[in-house]
Design a binder for this molecule. Structure first.
Ligand SMILES: [Zn+2]
Length: 74
């Protein structure tokens, strides 16, 4: 068991996000946005090539990653 898998592996967003970062890692600049809502945390990543990732992190996953308290609501 690896600590890297501490989040719920059923939450596929993290894997998708990693894939996006991997694919666009050489494009240049990436900007990330996040905003907290009652159902979870919305994550958006915009790449300088025009690529865009966006998805929702469940409250449970966001809490596990200490995002839910770090991101202001709105
Ligand atoms: Zn890109």
């Amino acid at each position: 068991m690896s600590n890297a898998d501490a989040f719920d592996p059923r939450d596929g967003l993290y894997a998708d996000l990693r894939e996006f970062v991997h694919v666009h890692g050489t494009c240049g600049e990436m900007r990330a946005t996040s905003c907290r809502a009652s159902i979870g945390v919305h994550l958006g990543v915009f790449c300088s090539c025009g690529g865009r990732f966006d998805g929702w992190l469940s409250v449970m996953a966001a809490t596990a990653l200490h995002l839910y308290t770090a991101i202001p609501s709105g």
